[in-house]
Design a protein around this ligand. Structure first.
Ligand SMILES: O=C(O)CCC(=O)C(=O)O
Length: 279
């Protein structure tokens, strides 16, 4: 459970470090499952299992064949392939804290994602805000729980965050990065007065949870170290999130509700409710 100072810090910055919530043995179990699923050896499959860098390069070069040496393995909805990850998505401490941060009495899973940056060749995850990449749900007040499966430090490509940026609205299309991975705004006069685009590293220990708001500017640079950088992020919806499609998303085929309805259903499981928590 988060205290008042932690809630105030999240409100101010749009991100917050939580406790170490997984034991070494629990992390090891998640790593083993990850290896199995990444290699395509699981019986049930996730929604996506691909190298994000290959696809970015492909769209950049409009289908021209090119060799991609950088790798960021992204697995979306690993919980659909693994009961261990489903159990992780329902982690009682994380879900209770998400409910506090979202000020809600019901928490559902929007989707999860692994991002694995292998040693040396691990690529960057460009600067972005989450909600503009989710043009099928409203409002933009989701909170994600990012749990490190290896110590995530500057050397192996931990996430970086821009404090306060969750209060600036949607600036996704103006976001850019310097060659040394520092973010800047292409049209800074559109930022609210006093807004300062200044990134800080968000180092997270193995088994620790870090929270971020769905409008917080964030990204992670290359992993050029000889350390792996594995992590599981679960993107959680407060009870009032509705289905409001304006364009596509990999989760759309799993939606069974109508436009304007609460995004519920078997692929968006409830992992916390006040009634459940009281039981
Ligand atoms: O794992 C990363 O480096 C990026 C993850 C991310 O963008 C997210 O969890 O929203």
């Amino acid at each position: 459970m988060l205290n008042a100072a932690q809630l105030a810090e999240f409100e101010k910055n749009g991100f917050l470090k939580g406790d170490v919530v997984l034991s070494d043995a629990e992390v090891e179990r998640l790593r083993e499952e990850l290896d199995l699923i990444m290699e395509g050896k699981s019986v049930k499959k996730p929604v996506l299992n691909h190298n994000m860098r290959a696809e970015e390069a492909d769209s950049l070069y409009k289908g021209m064949k090119m060799s991609v040496s950088e790798k960021v393995v992204q697995i979306v909805n690993i919980w659909m392939a693994s009961d261990t990850y489903l159990q992780h998505a329902g982690h009682p401490v994380i879900c209770e804290e998400i409910a506090q941060l979202c000020k809600t009495d019901t928490v559902r899973v929007w989707h999860d994602q692994i991002q694995y940056k292998p040693p040396v060749t691990g690529g960057p995850t460009p600067w972005h805000q989450d909600h503009p990449l989710w043009p099928v749900i409203q409002p933009a007040d989701l909170v994600s729980a990012w749990v490190a499966l290896d110590d995530a430090v500057i050397e192996n490509g931990c996430m970086w965050m821009v404090p306060g940026s969750h209060k600036w609205g949607d600036h996704q299309k103006y976001m850019a990065s310097t060659p040394d991975f520092m973010p800047y705004h292409r049209n800074p006069e559109l930022l609210p007065e006093g807004a300062e685009v200044k990134a800080v590293p968000f180092e997270i220990k193995k088994g620790q949870v870090g929270y971020h708001h769905s409008l917080t500017w964030h990204g992670s640079p290359n992993n050029r170290s000889d350390l792996k950088r594995r992590a599981i992020a679960v993107h959680y919806m407060p009870g009032h999130t509705v289905y409001a499609p304006t364009s596509g998303h990999p989760m759309v085929p799993y939606v069974t509700v109508n436009e304007g309805d609460i995004l519920s259903g078997e692929h968006f499981p409830v992992v916390y409710s006040i009634a459940k928590a009281a039981m």
